[in-house]
Structures are given as structure tokens and as C-alpha cells.
Ligand binder design. Structure first.
Ligand SMILES: Nc1ncnc2c1ncn2[C@@H]1O[C@H](COP(=O)(O)OP(=O)(O)OP(=O)(O)O)[C@@H](O)[C@H]1O
Length: 658
């Protein structure tokens, strides 16, 4: 029997501790030591603040606790169970930056999150009820119809956005909530109110909350129950927040009066290598002294136990050498570590039933599934969201003005082109222009769309909200739907104003332009994914467009044979030739050029025979349109499949979501 076992009361069984416990965590990345033997614990109903100077390892610790950074040695457990892939889902991580789609309202953002992140089995009304209750609890009910906004368009305030960020994570009812500097960028009043809301929520729902914090005011500082101080990757203090000043005094670093304790601590931690070394050394000394005392067996106050925790957990080697193990802590001590009393007996209120139903679901299918919702739900929701977000980019009033302007301009420039040999060049020009415009506009739109969404998608993918395939498919369907509206208007007017072939070829031209725009869009998406940076994407897209345009068949009709194969890489070549095919093989015939002293027809059937009209076959032959319409149309589908596949592979395997 171990020393600790002998302290167990009859009938009391040793249990694993509740909450998030981390012991002797060592983490390296790229040859740098990020965390050195870091210890601490976050208990249900308590707010744990992680403080330290910039670069001390606060974010690294949160990344480790959330499972985004792997540990080299040590242990992280939740309710006694090592944090693995499954347990990771019970931990939510509120990132420092509030990353949202700016065009959506708060209500749309939260509804989308609730529907996607809550289990499929939960009725949609319950999901939305839960979302509304949470919004109310976080004080967001007044701004539900405000857009999220960004630097360019105003929307939610900094504090509201932060609350929204927290709400998106709390919606799944996680056991542990990790927050990276939730008060950064907020004024004192907003920061204080946010921490208070967080504290109430933590106590009310008995959540385990760990938050990093940078230079809090003394009022904010004392809202935290427990404090973990970091210095150069070491945990130099873990214990009750109120005791930290005494602790510093005990290591001969007394605080002068009228000082904010948080400022005092940070000042000390930043005041040079000597003091830092002293603080780090003292923390290890303290652990050594405390390890031999029987601190877990006497009737300590919770605060004392917190202090003892830090000492005990710092001595993994001793634990491993067999004195006693964490899971063998006597039940009577554990009871002290358990829940704080709830502030009221009616805390569950109307969330209770939803909370319960969620727990029931947790224990059934939900916990066994990789994704909270089915593919079809994800696809539907993502399509709706992408539609709302993208429609402002693709269908804004400037785009509409541009389309109307070009429609009028083209209609006037080429108005009712006579079907005569002299205007063949213009006829080709208008068809080339149409192909170019409706290929390159979606290409450019798509190039910038992925880099714009990158941050949101990476955040959501890292937290496992949905399948990448659902997002990718939703993105493509939405954008192509939005993109084809404008060519319908443009073509319907320009085609008849110019006087192109006729009704049959009109519909075929429309179909060809749709598919052509789709090629442009998929190519743009691929380039956007490849670059993931708007400026680089646009530069590369410009070069690619020049290449495609040059080889499209309008400028380069007599290339040297040895290089002429290069034109097959230009999707514009196929569309342009398909449109020429439709134009020349259908509609009323083209009149031969009038014979004058200086000019004559280029077509033998005109100048050798007595034809006054150019046979369609001669026109196709003259412009080297060797394939049928379908022969030019089908390669466009090959381009679409290729770009879709390459884009997906790039996103899936080469763009990390962390
Ligand atoms: N992946 C990495 N590879 C190498 N070094 C890293 C990596 N991540 C973090 N670091 C380094 O580890 C140290 C701790 O970084 P961390 O972001 O955890 O600090 P922090 O306390 O959160 O700082 P801040 O308050 O400024 O956000 C820093 O010196 C940082 O440069």
C-alpha cells in the first residue's frame, strides 16, 4: 500500500481529478524549447489566468493543451484521461484574433455555427434556441442583426466580436475553454465586463476555463481564481491569484504599495536575466521543499491545495518513482478540488433541457462520429453562407454597372454587323472579346476569393467543423451560380444587337460561355489555393491570362509548327473556336467581298466560281476550325475536372489548417 492509500477514508475510492491537469510538459518546435517542465491545473468552475511577458510561452501552452502542439514529454489529462483525439473535442480554443466573414450578420454567423457544430440528431429549432440563449448570456442579443464587419466596413464592436468568437466555441458545450488573450484590443470597461461574463459563465456552468492575459488591471486580475505565471517557457508560480504577491515577497521580491500586482509581477518577470533566473530557481526550490510535506492529507483550504498542486505536479520523477500517483489522491482531498458551489440552484434555467439532450447525444452516436453533422447538412449550410458572403463581392453595384456599360458599348461598336466578308475580322473580334471577358472575369474573382477566406476556413477546419470536400463543393456551386447571372444579361443583349448567327447558335453560345466561365472559375480557384495570397495570386493570374489570351487563336493564327502545340494549353482556344464554329456553320451565309480594282475575296469559291456567298465549309477551312463543335467543347470539361482536382489536392494535402 502506498503512503497515500493509507490516508483514504473507508468507503472512499481514489478518483481521477476533474479538470485539465498538465504535468512536466516539455515542448520543442523547430529546435527551440517552447515549454520547460510546465505544471498546473484548471479546475471546473474556476478561472485560470496564464500570465507572463511576451514570448514566455503562454500561447504555446494553450496550443499544447488544445492538442495543436504535440508534447515531447510530460502529461496533459482531462478528468484523469490523457488528452487524445477524442478528448480534444471536449476542449474548445478561442483564438486571439476574431476571424469571421465580414458580410454576415451576427445572427447568421451564430446560426451557421450552431447548425454545423451541434450534433445532427438535435432538431434545428433546439440548436437555434441554444444559440439564442447563449447569445443572451454573453450579452449579444442587442446586436444580432449587425454585420460582423472588418477594417473596411464597420460592424460589431471589438468587445462584441470577442463575445461572438467565444459564443462560437461555447455553442458545443465544451468541458474546457481555452482563450488566448480575450481582452487584447479592448478598453478597460469592455475587458472587465467580458471577464466578468466569463467568470459568471464558468461558475454557472462549472466549466474549466484557461485564459492567457496581458497586463490586466488589478480589478480584472482579481477576477481570476488561479494564476499560472510563465517565464521563458517555465511555470514559475501556480496557485491562488491572491497569494502571488506574498509568494514574491517570500522570495525577496516585495511589492511596493500602490502598485497593481499584475504590473508588479510582469515588471519583475521582465526585469532582466538575473531576476528571471532567481524567480525560476525559486519556483523549483519551492517544489522541492513542498514535495516532502504531507500537504494532501491534512485539512487544507482550497487555496492551499492549489499551492500544493503546483509543488506536487512539478515532481513527476518522484511520482514515477512510486511514492504515489495522481489518480491515488484520497477522495476527501479530491472533494475539495471539485466543483465550486453553484451561485444558485436554478442555474440551469431554460438551457437545462438542451444541455441534457446534448449530453445524451454525446453518449450515443455523436461521440463516435468524426464530424458533428452529415455531409449534406454541411454542404447546405456552407452553400448558404458562401452565397451570402460572396454575393456582395460578385454582384455588387460596381460589377453591375461594369456589365451594363460593356453591354451597351459592345452593342454600339458592333451594332448589326453586316454578314459580309469585310466584317469577318470584327465578327471574330466580338466573339474573342466575349470569350475573353467571361473567362477572365470569373478567373480573377476566384483568385482573390480563397485568400480572402483562408483565415476563416483554416480556423474552422482546425477545430473540425466540417469536411473539406463539403466546403469545396459548396464554394464551387455558389460561385458559379453567382457568376452566370451576368453573362445571361450580357449575351442576350449583345448577341442580338451585333446580329450574330441565330436562335439555335444563340443557346449553344450561351451554354459554351457558361462552361467557359466555369473553366475560368476553377482555374482561378486553383491559382488562389496555390498562392493563398491575394497579391501573389493576382500577379500569377495576370501572367497566366496573358499566356491564355495570346494562344487563344485571335492573335496567333500562323505559329511555327514546332511550337503550335502550345495553343492546346489555352482553354480560350477551345471556346473561341467553338464559338466560331457556331457562328460560321449556322445563320444566314456571309456575302463574298465586293470585287474592286484593289481588293478581292479571299475565298476561291467567290473569286473562282460565281458564288456571291461564302460556303460555311470554306469559312471553317479558312480559319482552320478542324474539329466539330463538340470537339472543341469537350476539352473544356477536361480543364474543369483537372483544375477542380488539383485545387482539392492542394487544399487537402498542402495547405495546413493549423
Ligand atoms: N513554432 C515555433 N517554432 C519556433 N519558435 C516558436 C514557435 N512558436 C513559438 N515560438 C517561440 O516560442 C516563444 C514563446 O512563444 P509564445 O507565442 O508562446 O509566447 P507568448 O507568451 O504567447 O507571447 P505573446 O504574449 O507575445 O503572444 C517565443 O519566443 C516564440 O518566438
Amino acid at each position: 500500500m502506498t503512503d497515500v492509500d493509507s490516508n483514504l477514508d473507508p468507503g472512499e475510492t481514489a478518483k481521477a481529478p476533474e479538470g485539465l491537469v498538465f504535468r512536466n510538459v516539455i515542448v520543442h518546435a523547430n529546435g527551440t524549447s517552447l515549454l520547460n517542465s510546465v505544471c498546473g491545473a484548471a479546475l471546473p468552475g474556476h478561472l485560470l489566468a496564464v500570465m507572463g511577458p511576451s514570448g514566455s510561452g503562454k500561447t504555446s501552452l494553450l496550443n499544447t493543451l488544445s492538442g495543436r502542439l504535440s508534447i515531447d514529454s510530460g502529461e496533459v489529462t482531462l478528468n484523469g484521461i490523457p488528452v487524445d483525439r477524442r478528448i480534444k473535442r471536449k476542449i474548445c480554443y478561442v483564438l486571439q484574433n476574431d476571424i469571421f466573414f465580414s458580410n454576415l450578420t451576427l445572427k447568421e454567423t451564430l446560426s451557421f455555427t450552431a447548425i454545423l457544430r451541434l450534433p445532427e440528431e438535435m432538431p434545428q429549432e433546439d440548436k437555434l434556441d441554444k444559440m439564442m440563449t447563449l447569445a443572451k448570456e454573453l450579452g449579444l442579443q442587442r446586436c444580432m442583426d449587425t454585420t460582423m464587419g472588418d477594417t473596411f466596413c464597420p460592424g460589431l464592436s471589438g468587445g462584441e466580436k470577442k463575445r461572438a468568437n467565444i459564443a462560437c466555441e461555447l455553442i458545443t458545450d465544451p468541458d474546457v475553454i481555452l482563450l488566448d488573450e480575450p481582452t487584447s484590443g479592448l478598453d478597460y470597461g469592455t475587458a472587465f465586463s467580458l471577464i466578468q461574463t466569463l467568470k459568471t459563465y464558468t461558475e454557472h456552468h462549472q466549466k474549466t476555463v484557461v485564459t492567457t492575459i496581458h497586463q490586466p488591471s488589478s480589478q480584472i486580475f482579481f477576477q481570476f481564481d488561479t494564476l499560472l505565471l510563465m517565464c521563458a517557457g517555465h511555470s514559475v508560480y501556480y496557485g491562488n491569484t491572491r497569494d502571488v504577491v506574498d509568494y514574491f515577497a517570500s522570495i525577496e521580491l516585495p511589492m511596493t504599495s500602490h502598485y497593481n500586482p499584475a504590473d508588479f509581477i510582469l515588471e519583475k518577470l521582465k526585469s532582466g536575466p538575473e531576476i528571471q533566473e532567481k524567480i525560476i530557481k525559486a519556483s523549483y526550490e519551492k517544489r522541492k521543499v513542498l514535495k516532502n510535506t504531507d500537504m494532501l492529507t491534512h485539512d487544507n483550504s482550497l487555496e492551499e491545495i492549489h499551492k500544493d498542486f503546483s509543488a506536487v505536479m512539478g515532481e513527476e520523477r518522484d511520482l514515477d518513482q512510486g511514492k504515489w500517483k495522481w489518480r491515488e489522491i484520497p477522495g476527501k482531498v479530491l472533494n475539495k478540488l471539485k466543483r465550486k458551489p453553484k451561485p444558485s440552484d436554478t442555474v440551469e434555467e431554460d438551457t437545462g433541457s438542451i444541455h441534457m439532450s446534448l449530453l445524451d447525444l454525446e453518449n450515443t452516436t455523436f461521440s463516435r462520429r468524426k464530424w458533428p453533422t452529415k455531409f449534406i447538412t454541411q454542404y447546405k449550410q456552407l452553400t448558404l453562407r458562401t452565397f451570402r458572403q460572396s454575393k456582395i463581392r460578385i454582384m455588387n453595384k460596381f460589377k453591375l454597372i461594369e456589365t451594363v456599360f460593356l453591354t451597351v458599348l459592345l452593342s454600339l461598336i458592333w451594332f448589326q454587323l453586316p454578314r459580309i466578308e469585310e466584317t469577318l475580322r470584327d465578327r471574330m473580334g466580338v466573339l474573342f472579346y466575349i470569350s475573353m471577358h467571361w473567362g477572365f472575369t470569373p478567373l480573377f474573382d476566384a483568385v482573390i476569393s480563397f485568400p480572402m477566406e483562408k483565415l476563416v476556413i483554416n480556423k474552422e477546419r482546425a477545430a473540425g467543423w466540417y469536411r473539406l470536400s463539403a466546403y469545396y463543393l459548396a464554394k464551387i456551386t455558389t460561385e458559379i451560380t453567382l457568376i452566370i447571372v451576368q453573362p445571361i444579361f450580357f449575351l442576350t443583349i449583345v448577341y442580338w444587337s451585333v446580329g450574330l448567327s441565330g436562335p439555335g447558335p444563340f443557346f449553344a453560345t450561351m451554354g459554351t460561355i457558361f462552361v467557359h466561365s466555369f473553366v475560368g472559375q476553377t482555374m482561378g480557384l486553383f491559382l488562389g489555393i496555390l498562392c493563398m495570397d491575394m497579391r501573389r495570386g493576382i500577379s500569377i493570374a495576370t501572367v497566366v491570362i496573358m499566356f491564355i489570351m495570346l494562344l487563344g487563336g485571335f492573335y496567333t493564327r500562323n505559329m511555327p509548327v514546332w511550337i503550335s502545340w502550345i495553343k492546346y494549353f489555352s482553354f480560350l482556344h477551345y471556346t473561341f473556336h467553338a464559338l466560331l464554329y457556331l457562328e460560321f456553320s449556322g445563320g444566314s451565309p456571309i456575302q463574298c467581298a465586293a470585287e474592286t480594282g484593289t481588293t478581292s475575296s479571299n475565298f476561291p469559291s467567290c473569286f473562282e466560281g460565281n458564288n456571291t456567298r461564302i460556303p460555311a465549309q470554306d469559312l471553317l477551312q479558312f480559319y482552320r476550325i478542324d474539329l466539330s463543335y463538340w470537339g472543341y467543347f469537350m476539352p473544356l470539361f477536361v480543364f474543369i475536372s483537372l483544375f477542380l482536382l488539383l485545387g482539392y489536392v492542394q487544399l487537402r494535402f498542402f495547405q495546413k489548417s493549423k
